[in-house]
Design a binder for this molecule. Structure first.
Ligand code: ADP
Length: 449
């Protein structure tokens, strides 16, 4: 085979996937694995006592040996790639959950703590972090990578000179390339990296733990070749490049291939999340709006609490399909709702006390659903308007992912309400976005050599 292939892996919240693509973006192989659930040995012994089982279930997430589980999953995925295709894999990139943190010892190469998960909070570190960081900075949240680092630093009893902080994706990539302490500016945002200055800020560099911070590259940059022992064990080629990755939500955005400013991706899952590629950086903590850097552009995001969760509460997916068929999407619905699962909204209206509004309910379920879908479309339109008002590039085209994206009638309603072309994304898997980063790394390497 003369063709080169690019391998992307996504380590998401519930499992890991891989996607193997060629230079045109065609998928040659893909697959997924659930994370194996490992209890540390001392807990296995205890778990046979009844109250320990309860304790274990409650504390399961924290006590799980995630580090071993992710490592095993990485090698299972490498082994899932069809043998005949492995020899033409030119490069590999990996995305992981944002703010999932691992601290390891650079001498022994062993973890110095268990993994801190993306959603885990370290409130003990918050006062200190708030005292050093600028007000409302991304790191001023208990679950930020910096809070995890500070919490570990203040509680770890032994020598910390040779410790290195890695994000989940950095750590998995390191297992493949072996150069310690490399990250990308998407993963490093929540530890405090400034993607605009392209460096860690002085207030962070002056801290006693600053030597733990990894060096930072653009996502999709060549780090090195795959370690020889791994390459020969699995049959990957000698020059197989390992490239920096990104976070799982950015990888999912990349998958949709919205590459020009003004292009956006609306995710219609349980909630409504919008991401717009912009020439300008936009931040507003009131609305939870912030920007990730993507090369010379910015990925501006906002997330509303409205979305499919409300629909699922009212209708089954089957009912949603049947009722939607009967909607005339070119007709304006007079019903004005604000569908929410619980009290409170942040974007595009910052109001922690906002009440869900789903009344009056008409007799016809078709009319009711039409009203809800149209109301969510109005919230989406308001979201894009807010990003524009905050200074982002105006939206020109909307690509859609998530469970709601298969609803053609909703797409027509949204085209009318947004006044823009709307389409369903061809690719939405984060692993596909990671494969595009691998391709970027291999192509840049080819032109620079
Ligand atoms: P999650 O954010 O949980 O990953 P998904 O992307 O899987 O969500 O989307 C699930 C949501 O899609 C559900 O809340 C469901 O109500 C909604 N959904 C499923 N089918 C349809 C449909 N035909 N039209 C509109 N929404 C739908």
């Amino acid at each position: 085979i003369g063709k080169k292939l690019y391998l992307g892996m996504d380590f998401g919240t519930s499992g890991a996937r891989y996607s193997l693509i060629d230079g045109e973006g065609t998928i040659h192989a893909e697959g997924k694995r659930e994370y194996p659930l490992y209890m540390p040995i001392n807990l296995v012994k205890h778990a046979f006592k009844r109250d320990e089982i309860v304790l274990f279930t409650r504390k399961k997430e924290e006590k799980m040996d995630w580090i071993q589980s992710w490592k095993d999953t990485l090698f299972l995925l490498l082994d899932d790639v069809p043998i005949s295709l492995r020899e033409v894999v030119a490069s590999i990139a990996i995305d992981g959950t944002s703010a999932t943190t691992i601290i390891i010892d650079s001498r022994s190469e062993e973890p110095l703590s268990r993994a801190f998960l993306y959603n885990e909070s370290c409130p003990d570190a918050l006062p200190l972090v708030k005292s050093i960081a600028p007000a409302k900075h991304t790191v001023c949240s208990g679950s930020s990578t910096l809070c995890k680092l500070v919490s570990w630093w203040n509680s770890y009893p032994s020598s910390k000179e040779s410790a290195v902080l890695l994000h989940q994706a950095d750590w998995l990539l390191w297992l493949l390339h072996g150069k310690l302490g490399v990250s990308d500016y998407n993963n490093a945002l929540k530890v405090g990296y400034d993607p605009e200055m392209d460096s860690y800020p002085p207030w962070l560099l002056s801290q006693p733990y600053s030597h733990l911070l990894p060096s930072v590259q653009d996502p999709g940059t060549k780090i090195g070749c795959m370690k020889e022992d791994i390459r020969t064990q699995f049959g990957y080629p000698k020059d197989c490049l390992i490239c920096t990755g990104t976070t799982d939500s950015i990888a999912a955005f990349l998958a949709a291939r919205a590459t020009q400013p003004g292009k956006a991706v609306t995710s219609l899952g349980s909630t409504l999340a919008i991401k717009l590629l912009s020439s300008r950086r936009v931040e507003d903590a009131r609305f939870g709006v912030y920007s990730h850097r993507l090369d010379d552009k910015w990925l501006v995001g906002g997330a509303s609490n409205t979305g499919g969760a409300v629909l699922r509460h009212l209708f089954t997916d089957e009912q949603l399909e049947k009722l939607s068929e009967q909607i005339n999407p070119f007709e304006t619905s007079p019903l004005d709702y604000y569908p929410l699962q619980a009290v409170g909204e942040r974007f595009p209206v910052a109001d922690p006390k906002m009440e869900p509004r789903l009344h009056p309910r008409p007799e016809s379920d078709v009319e009711y659903l039409h009203g809800i879908l149209e109301s969510i479309a109005r919230i989406e339109a308001k979201g894009y308007k807010l990003l524009k008002d905050l200074g982002a590039t105006p939206v020109e085209e909307v690509i859609t992912s998530g469970g709601g994206s298969k609803n053609q009638k909703w797409i027509k309603i949204r085209e009318r309400v947004l006044g823009l072309p709307v389409c369903k994304a061809d690719q939405t898997e984060a692993a596909y976005g990671a494969a595009l980063l691998a391709m970027k790394g291999a192509c840049e390497n080819a032109t620079s050599d």
